[in-house]
Design a protein around this ligand. Sequence first.
Ligand code: MGD
Ligand code: SF4
Length: 733
Amino acid sequence: MDRREFIKVSGVTAAAATVPSIFLSGCSTQPNPGEGEVTATPTVCDICFWKCAGHVYVEDSVPWKIIGNDEDLHSNGRLCTRGTGGLGAYQDKDRLKMPLVRTVGPNGQQIFREASWDEALDIIAKRMQKIADEHGADRVALLNHGAGASHFKNLLRGYGSATFSAPSYAQCRGPREVAFQLTYGEGVGSPDRTDMEHSRCIVLIGSHIGENLHNGQVQTLTRALENGVSLITVDPRFSVAASKSQHWLPIRPGTDVALLLAWMNVLISEGLYDKAYVEQYAMGFEQLAAHVRQFPPEWAYLQTGLEPELIRETAREMAKNAPATLVHPGRHTTWYGDDTQRERAIAILNTLLGSWGRPGGFYIQEKVKLPNYPLPDYPKPKSTFKAAHGDDYPFATQPVSNAVIDASIGDDAHYKGWLVYGTNLPMTIPGVRPKLRQAADSLDLIVVIDTMPAEVTGYADVILPECTYLERYDELRNAAEREPSLALRMPAFKPRHDSKPGWWIAKQLGERLGLQKYFPWNDYSEVLDWQLKQVGSSLDEMQQIGVKNFPRKTPKYFQAGEARRFNTPSGKIELYSQRLADRGFDPLPVYKRPPERPDNYYHLNYGRMPAHTFSRTTNNPLLFQLAPENTLWINSLVARQWKLKTGDSVRMQNQDGIVSKSIRVRVTERIGPDSVFMAHGFGHSAKQLRLTNGLGADDSALMTNVLIDPIMGATGMRGNFVTFVKNSEQEHA
Ligand code: MGD
Ligand code: SF4
C-alpha cells in the first residue's frame, strides 16, 4: 500500500460492522439506589486534566454513579458536571471494540479489518523494529495527551526515542510556561498555582473560569467571591466571570498587551508598585520603567477601546489590594502568535504587584517525593526533539506538535513513525488537516491508541482500543500543588469488549521489541504497590482510601524579607530578559497590532462550555444529554444585518474561503458586534461517533490562519475571521 488513504472507522469489514454493542447501563435490572450491594472503587477522573479524585459506585454489578472523594483537597470532594458524567465514557455504545488494521478491500479501496491483539501488536512491533534498523529508533514520535501516555513514554525511552509531544503545550499552556520560566525561572504548572482563595483582587484576562470548568479553580474563585474579592475581567465577551465582576473590560480582540503595558505605566508612574519586593527580588526595573513610559492609558485607549480612566481605576484597584492581587495567567494561551510576550507582560505585572510567592497571588507548589520504580538506564536517543525544530523556536522546552508533524512530511522527513495516544489531532491542531494527509503519505507507521473512533483514527495503520480510565490502573496522581497528595486510579470494571489498558499494550509491545527489562512486572499494580511502600503506604491502603495527603515540608509562601535565588541566569526575577535579547527577541513585551478585521467579517472567538472537554466528551451519552451541540453567539446588531434569529442554522466562511458545518445561532448582547463565539469540540465528521456526528460546527476547521509564536512555536488560533454564507451558497458548500 503506497499511499495511506484517510479511512473512516465506519469502513470496517462487514464482520466488525455487525458486532453487536453491549450497553450495560440504564438497564431495567438496576435496583433502586441503596437496595442492592454497593461497592465504591477509587478513581482519578480523566474527563479533563485537572485530575480530581472520586469513587465509582457500583450496585449489584451495575454502574451507579461517580462522586468526589472527601479526602481530596484537590477537588474538595466535589466533581464537576463532566466528572460525574464519566460513566458515559465507559458506557458509550460507539467505543472502539477490537484492534483494527488497515487493509485493501475487495474493490481496491482501503478499509479497516478486525484483528486479534497478537496480530495487531506483531505488525506494530515489526514495523517499529524496521524503522529502528533502517533509520534509528529516535525517528518514532509519541503524540499524546493524558496520564495513560506514561506507559508509552516508558516504551519509547527503552526503544531509543524521546520525542513526546502533547497538544497541551503548543496548543495550550506552552507560552505561559515559557514566559514564567523566563521571568521567574519556573512555570505555573498544573494545577495552576494560583492562590485565589486568599486573593483580594483577581484579574482574569481572556480566562473564562466557570465555563472552563477546572473544578478546584472554580471552587477557589467562588470562595474568593464569597469573601468579597474585587474581580476584574478582561474579555470581549460578557463571560460568566464577567457577570460576577466589579469591572468588565470589553477589550477590542487581540489588544491585551496594550492594556497590560498601560497598567504597568500607571503602577510605575503613580509609584503604586511594590518597591521593596521589586528591589529585593527583580532585575531590569529601570529598563521596564523607561519602556512603559511610552504607553499611557490614553495610548492604550486607541488600541483597546477601553477608557483611560477605567484603565487607571483598575490599576489602582490592583495596587490597593496587592500583594493579594492575582493577575491570572490563563490556561489556553495560544492566541495571536505573540503569546509568550503577552504572558511575559502578565508575569511582569504580577512582579510589580509583589504577588509571586505571596498569599492571594501564587503559592509555592509541593509534591510527594515518590521514587520511580527501578528500571535499567534507557539508551541515549540519537537525536532530541530539537531535530524537528531546527533553529526555530529556541525557547521551546518540549517538542511542538505542529513542528513534529512538519518534520514527518516527505521522503527525507525526520520522523518515520508515530504512536498517537489520546489526542484527536485533526480537531486539536489548527490548520493541520492537509498536513496530516501529507504526513500519512510519508510515514512508515501510524498507530492510534484511543477509546473512541475519533477522527484521528482515520489516519492509522493500526488502531488499538484502550479501555477507559474506569477500567484500568494508571500512574499515581502526584501533582505539585498546595498540599502534597497521592491519588489512585484503579479498575472499577473489567475492560469492555476487547479493549485493554495502556500499560498492558505498552508491555506487550516492549516484549515483542526485546525491551522486557523495562517492564519487569506482570501487572502494573505491582509498580504502584512498590512506589506506595516507599512512602509509607501500600496499594491495599490506597484501594481503601483512594487519596492520601502528606504534610508539607516547605513553606507555601515566601517568608517576610527572605533572601531567594530564582532559577534564572541572574538569580533574580527577570523583568528585562537578556536571554530573549540574545536570541533576537524583544527583551521587554512589545505591543503588536492584531490582524485587521475585513469588512463584514467577525473575529472567530471560541472557548469551552461546562458540559464538555474539547472533542473527547461530545459523544459521551450522559454529557450529550446536557449539551448536544454548540451554538454560535452573535450580537443582535449582526443578527439584524444578516436577518438571523436564535435557532436559525447558518454556515460560516472564513477569510480563506473555508465553509463550516451548520451551527445554530444564539442572538445575545453578551458578545460585541465585531465577534462571534462558539464552544470548541463539536462538528465531528467521524460517522461512527453516532450521537455527536453532524451536530454543531468545528472551530478548528475554520482556523487556517495560524499565527506561530517565534519564541516557542505555539499555534496562535485567534487570527481568523468569519462571515455568513447565504442560503444558495450554503447549498453549494
Ligand atoms: P480531544 O479533542 O478531547 O483533546 O486536545 P486533545 O487532547 O486532542 O481528543 C482527545 C482524544 O483522546 C479523543 O480522540 C478521545 O477519544 C481520546 N481519549 C479519551 N480518553 C482516552 C483514554 O482513556 N485513552 C486513550 N487512549 N484515548 C482517550 C486538547 C487541546 O486542544 C488542548 S489541551 C487545548 S487547550 C486546545 N484547545 C483548542 C480549542 O479551544 N480550539 C481549537 N480549535 N483547538 C484547540 N486545540 C487544543
Ligand atoms: Fe473531572 Fe471535572 Fe475534575 Fe476535570 S475538573 S478532572 S472533568 S471532575
